[in-house]
Design a protein around this ligand. Structure first.
Ligand code: FES
Length: 204
């Protein structure tokens, strides 16, 4: 026999207000067609999945963003909340924000993985976007960090002057690598390369 679910109400919905609000009134649901950038994330543990798509303008600001989720209330609420938060941000700002795993009032206890899934879908989409911009880059200097517009020469100069050995030191000095991290292997290549002595002045 089918059981009829009880209607939702505040007294029987013991989640945070932000979760409840974003789950019952989800913002930015749906999908965007190409040339929007799209990425998916899924959990093999619980089976939840999410697809996120977004459009950017010429200054790499997110102008539109949508998601489709199959999962729990916290995943839906996290995607709703995240998409609202990053609208209007540059992809670098959005990626850095998604990494901080912030949540108004704190991430619901024990549900970090649900929030992380929404963040990972956005980060994956931004990585694809960054890779495509880097691949199509036609500037004078090689572009390493798309998120923050940092060139190879700038990173070489910081590495040389600071004697850096770790990516975190480069990030602290010039922001390269603080977003989606798709540039990390390239920054590591520069750190591993002893022959950057020809690098010249600042080129940000
Ligand atoms: S390209 Fe995203 S952090 Fe560098």
């Amino acid at each position: 026999m089918l059981e009829v679910a009880e209607p939702l109400n505040d007294a029987k919905w013991p989640l945070e207000t932000v979760v409840r609000d974003n789950f019952l009134r989800p913002r930015n649901t749906g999908t965007l067609e190409p040339p929007a950038h799209t990425a998916c994330a899924a959990s093999v543990t619980c089976g939840a999945a999410i697809r996120m798509s977004f459009k950017v303008d010429e200054s790499h600001r997110i102008t539109e963003i949508r998601y489709q989720a199959a999962g729990c209330s916290v995943l839906v609420a996290a995607a709703s909340n995240l998409t609202e938060a990053v609208k209007g941000m540059t992809t670098g700002q959005a990626a850095a924000s998604a990494r901080q795993l912030t949540w108004p009032g704190g991430v619901p206890a024990g549900r970090e993985e649900c929030v992380l899934l929404a963040c990972n879908a956005l980060l994956e989409g931004i990585k694809h976007f960054s890779d495509s911009v880097r691949d199509e880059w036609a500037g004078d200097e090689a572009l390493i960090c798309t998120c923050f517009g940092v060139s190879e020469k700038t990173i070489q100069r910081h590495v040389r002057l600071g004697g850096f050995e770790r990516i975190e030191e480069v990030t602290k000095a010039c922001n390269a690598g603080a977003g989606c991290r798709s540039c990390w292997p390239l920054i590591q290549d520069i750190l591993d390369e002893p022959n950057y002595a020809t690098a010249t002045g600042p080129h940000d």
